[in-house]
Design a protein around this ligand. Sequence first.
Ligand SMILES: [Zn+2]
Length: 282
Amino acid sequence: MTDIHIHIQPWDQIKPHVLQALTRDHKDHYEFLVELMSDPSMLIAHLDQSRIWRAGLINYPSPDVMGFTDKTNEFAANYASHNRRRLIPFGGIHPRFTDDPAAHVDGLIKMGIACLKIHPPHMWFAANAYTDGLDALAGIYRHAEDRGLPVMIHTGTSVFPAARCKYGRPMEIDDVAVDFPDLRIIMAHGGRPLWMDEAFFVLRRHKNVWLELSGIPPKKLLDYFPRVTELGDRVLWGTDWPSPGVRDLRANLDQFLSLPLPDEWKHGVTVANCLELFPELD
Ligand SMILES: [Zn+2]
């Protein structure tokens, strides 16, 4: 099983009030999380205990909202290098702080980054802002498309202070999928909790867009996306752990597995679909 969306991040860079919001539901194991953020062997042990084979380590620069700088990419690559078969490092490029997106994308690939993360509410632009003058963003998408590097885009709201939630609309991904038809786009969170209809429209329209389920309480998945199985093999499992409200990796997975949906489809979501996008390394 793969949980493609967990937050293993350099907490030494995070803004104090963001850390407070992030850990509000984890007070009883706060020290454990602090240690785990700098010790990959603790994460591997935790994954073993949770019977999860692989995890995607979400990282992206967001100096204004979260406090993370470009160094977050090296952090992700280094952390994952402890066990690259099981840890999948995500990195990011902030289009407002780069004048050479192609070189920047190549640099991340060389570092070992397996997927880009774009977080519009935490970076303060819309996912299609290149249609409105943010040229570097088109450069990032275009080069990722050329290099076969998938891109995950956050959709939906964000609880963190200073996040600008208006940039979380899934409809902005429609442009990206049209303009970069060979780019593999992972839509994180399905626009929750406000824009599921838009999200489903975009997902059905574009075969190069995947739905990633993190942040959606599993018990609510079928209320949010009653026709989710129509997306076939373009759905990926993720939890967003240890975000607020997500206390336990395995508990969320078990809730998902107990939903009244075909076992084969659930197997695809938790195991097979992710292997297609991120083949296991030897
Ligand atoms: Zn997340």
